[in-house]
Ligand binder design. Structure first.
Ligand SMILES: CCCCC/C=C\C/C=C\C/C=C\C/C=C\CCCC(=O)SCCNC(=O)CCNC(=O)[C@H](O)C(C)(C)COP(=O)(O)OP(=O)(O)OC[C@H]1O[C@@H](n2cnc3c(N)ncnc32)[C@H](O)[C@@H]1OP(=O)(O)O
Length: 183
């Protein structure tokens, strides 16, 4: 497992994880699945309504999922003008959504179904409209139903400066969690 790309890339800054998004001592450190079929993902295959990644979500982010290399999942999206907060710049909530998608995607690649329990974000640099945002996410530990995941978003290329960092806790849920109430 590649443990902490963010710590290496931003010397002098504290990591994004608070005590609540840091795995306890002794937590397991499983690998993300590197491509191929994953049972949890297969159960939702064909669903294109996701605001983060769905191609049917007209105003969604249309995040494009990449692969997993050395335990780090990658994905990317392009900031459109409907994503603006301040004129010409991406809204922070849009960037939090993108981090949720990236970190959530990494959790699902552990092979189970997860929902976001907690998401922490640090904004380090503004992201302009038109920018390609390169996201990376990795798991720092699993403790029972809790998966601890961190990630970062870069602009100006996959190795460009870090604009956003995030840490989250994702909670494993059964398939029934996704059955809408009343159906
Ligand atoms: C979700 C959509 C997925 C769609 C996927 C589609 C296709 C798949 C393809 C690719 C995948 C790509 C991307 C990934 C996808 C999505 C990313 C976005 C994900 C979301 O956008 S998802 C929506 C927002 N999200 C919610 O809608 C959650 C609402 N919520 C609840 O549904 C409950 O609240 C729940 C189930 C979380 C817990 O309820 P519960 O009763 O089952 O369990 P309980 O409370 O006992 O907690 C058990 C253990 O989790 C700990 N824990 C609980 N909450 C915590 C918190 N906030 N912080 C830290 N730890 C927490 C406890 O402390 C305990 O820990 P311990 O075991 O150590 O005591």
């Amino acid at each position: 497992m590649t443990s902490s790309p963010s710590a290496a890339s931003s010397p002098g800054r504290p990591g994004p994880a608070s005590p609540r998004t840091t795995p306890p001592p002794g937590a397991a450190t499983p690998e993300l699945a590197e491509g191929g079929a994953v049972v949890a993902l297969a159960s939702l295959a064909g669903f294109e309504g996701c605001f983060g990644c769905g191609t049917d979500a007209e105003n969604g982010l249309r995040i494009r999922h990449g692969g997993v290399v050395d335990g780090v999942m990658t994905c990317e999206f392009t900031v459109r003008k409907e994503h603006q907060g301040a004129p010409g710049f991406c809204h922070g909530g849009v960037l939090a959504t993108a981090m949720d998608e990236a970190l959530g995607g990494a959790a699902w690649l552990l092979g189970n179904r997860y929902v976001t329990g907690r998401l922490e974000t640090d904004y380090l640099a503004p992201v302009p409209v038109g920018a390609d945002v390169h996201l990376r996410a990795w798991c720092t530990g699993v403790d029972g139903r809790k998966a601890f995941v961190e990630g970062e978003a870069r602009t100006g290329g996959p190795d460009g400066p870090v604009a956003v960092r995030a840490a989250g806790v994702f909670i494993e849920v059964p398939q029934e969690h996704f059955v809408p109430q009343g159906s």
